[in-house]
Design a protein around this ligand. Structure first.
Ligand SMILES: Cc1cc2nc3c(=O)[nH]c(=O)nc-3n(C[C@H](O)[C@H](O)[C@H](O)COP(=O)(O)OP(=O)(O)OC[C@H]3O[C@@H](n4cnc5c(N)ncnc54)[C@H](O)[C@@H]3O)c2cc1C
Length: 572
């Protein structure tokens, strides 16, 4: 047995699979690497069916692991295979040994589970799914009636040596009638290739992101047995809309898991940009050589990222405690997950972009991670609940009082007062609209306020959690001013602040934080995950440069058309 089999889960970043330099691999190899890494993670964490079904602490701990900042594609596999697929099938396991076995295989990485809901023509309007499942005497015929009904995104292409299964959402047609959209368990690939009558077209790689085999999947009259049906009943549902929402409840779990990785990216970006800014020196007239961290223009965005990383870590802790409480109201649980996702993902995007700019040209390359995170975060803002659309739905339900959200623990804090004021303002606009939320004025005046209100609430929750956890005051203050800056006018109009006062608050917080920057970054505790990237040290950089493709005069070749160039011409 190799020594790596004995590694604890916290050492996986030192495993050869995670030390492999993905930038030196081609797309095919990178995709396979992502699946192999995901399998290694699954085998190390060893989740049980019960962990996935009941959402135990171990389940959330697995998704909180900072390891995934090294490979967003492997994280994606864990989300759709362990959460979406296994999580949807797991509740059936107690009565169906065949499904129990599939879930066990999925959680051990012996099969890959996928989740096929979105269609080319239907994304957020999931209730319009057009893939059909026609009831026949011994099962169903699954069919893609036209190209726009093909499933979009789910990574369904064959991976050598490992079968893929899918929960496929299709409209049940029974005796010629539409019986609503239901989940079906279908084998998509085997160890060698696609299963009969199923086609998967791999989409070209997403710009800048970790590579995965996102695809367009079509079914051509695929005959499946009756046991594939994972729905509650073949009868026509009374409320097909609510039923589909129940079937896809694991998307809410995905919404809650994804930001755990995004929060780790903030800590990673804070660490990389700090370390670079101490190492990078420039000549300054009169002062000799100084590190770039000397400049306020580095200090502010970097310390803001450090502050957010600490705040988000505190919020993450209290949020997971909330998730683990028994008897949470499911609507509130989903809404809290969504506030968490929207806020963390937006904050992470803000910090990763700014921190990556502060390391100059180095920040543009995937091998230094931050540029890749930027694109991974773009995807996170869409997958498992699009931030804009879910904000609209959450805000509407809150305004209509169909949903009551808990209050941040410090309701008197400035950020909490701001959030509550945005909700009250929208509520008063709503009550002035003749046709309420169906009035055109709702679209015009309230829709555009939805996301900022949800984010304001998220900032208030994050701030309260950080205050309760006792993070250093300079970091808490920096976070608070950064949030204030997102809606300065409100604070000037309603909280007695002025622009000058806000700048003074920011300056005071930053001045107090700067001397402790190294300590704050060390205590984020993610350096060992990013220490191997080329930008982190001279030694890493030199070792890495020696591996990249280099052209020397002695390598000159005749000026003929090289094979690769011929391949390009063939596509013209
Ligand atoms: C990385 C990644 C992985 C994914 N993996 C899977 C997977 O495994 N399985 C799967 O089934 N799907 C998957 N998806 C697809 C994902 O679920 C959809 O992209 C998502 O639901 C949005 O659908 P869409 O892209 O078709 O956007 P659209 O529905 O076309 O929406 C585009 C935009 O239109 C606007 N909009 C749409 N509806 C409304 C509305 N009602 N009100 C206001 N504005 C609106 C919003 O601005 C929205 O962002 C994945 C997506 C990503 C990015």
């Amino acid at each position: 047995m190799s020594p790596f089999h004995k590694m604890t889960r916290h050492q996986l970043h030192k495993h050869p699979l995670f030390l492999a330099r993905a930038e030196f691999l081609d797309v095919e190899q990178r995709i396979q690497l992502a699946y192999r890494r995901a399998k290694l993670v699954l085998q190390t964490w060893n989740l049980s069916t019960q962990d996935v079904r009941d959402l135990t602490k171990k389940f959330w701990d697995m998704y909180s692991d900072p390891l995934y900042i090294l490979d967003g594609a492997a994280f994606n596999v864990l989300v759709f295979s362990a959460n979406l697929y296994c999580g949807t099938v797991a509740p059936h396991a107690s009565k169906r040994p065949d499904l129990a076995r599939l879930v066990e295989q999925g959680l051990n990485g012996d099969i890959i589970g996928t989740f096929l809901l979105t269609e080319v023509g239907h994304g957020l309007d999931t209730h319009s799914v057009e893939t059909t499942a026609t009831l026949i005497h011994d099962g169903f015929i699954i069919h893609t009636p036209h190209p726009n009904a093909a499933k979009h995104m789910a990574p369904t292409t064959p991976i050598p040596g490992i079968a893929k299964w899918g929960v496929v959402f299709a409209r049940l047609i029974a005796h010629g009638e539409d019986h609503g959209v239901h989940p079906f368990n279908i084998q998509i690939t085997d160890e060698h290739g696609m299963c009969p009558d199923i086609t998967s077209s791999r989409l070209p790689v997403r710009v800048g992101a970790a590579n995965l085999d996102f695809a367009i999947t079509s079914f051509n009259h695929v005959h499946i047995p009756s046991s594939s049906f994972l729905g509650t009943s073949l009868d026509k549902p009374i409320d097909p809309y609510s039923l589909l929402n129940k079937y896809i409840w694991r998307i809410g779990v995905g919404s809650a898991s994804i930001p755990l990785d995004a929060a780790n990216m903030v800590a990673g970006a804070a660490t990389i940009s700090t370390d670079y800014s101490f190492r990078r020196h420039v000549q300054r007239p009169g002062s000799g050589v100084v590190p770039v961290i000397t400049f306020r223009t580095q200090q502010l965005p970097i310390l803001q990222a450090v502050a957010s990383a600490h705040v988000l870590r505190a919020w993450k802790g209290s949020y997971i405690d909330y998730l683990l409480q028994p008897n949470n109201d499911p609507r509130e649980w989903n809404a809290m997950g969504f506030v968490f996702k929207a806020t963390v993902t937006r904050l992470a995007t803000h910090h990763v972009v700014r921190a990556s700019e502060r390391v100059g040209a180095q920040g543009l390359f995937g091998h230094n991670l931050m540029a890749e995170w930027e694109m991974d975060l773009r995807a996170m803002s869409i997958a498992e609940g699009d931030i804009v659309v879910l904000s609209i739905r959450l805000f509407l339900n809150a305004l209509l009082k169909k949903l009551v959200l808990p209050e941040p623990s410090h309701s008197e804090a400035l950020l909490s007062r701001h959030a509550s004021s945005l909700f009250m303002k929208a509520s008063s606009i709503l009550s002035s609209l003749p046709d309420g939320h169906r009035d055109p004025g709702y679209n015009q005046h309230i829709l555009p306020r939805s996301e900022s209100a949800v984010l304001a609430l998220g900032h208030a929750f994050a701030y309260s959690a950080a205050l309760d956890s006792g993070i250093p005051p300079p970091l808490l203050n920096l976070f608070e001013v950064m949030c204030i800056r997102q809606d300065e006018a409100w604070y000037v109009e309603n909280a007695g602040l002025t622009q000058v006062k806000i700048s003074e608050m920011e300056d005071a917080a930053l001045t107090a934080a700067v001397p402790n920057l190294t300590h704050y970054v060390d205590s984020l505790d993610v350096r060992e995950y990013v220490s191997w990237i080329p930008i982190q040290s001279d030694e890493r950089w030199e070792g890495w440069v020696s591996k990249i493709k280099t052209f020397r005069p002695e390598d000159q070749r005749p000026l003929s058309v090289a094979p690769k160039e011929r391949q390009i011409s063939a596509h013209l």
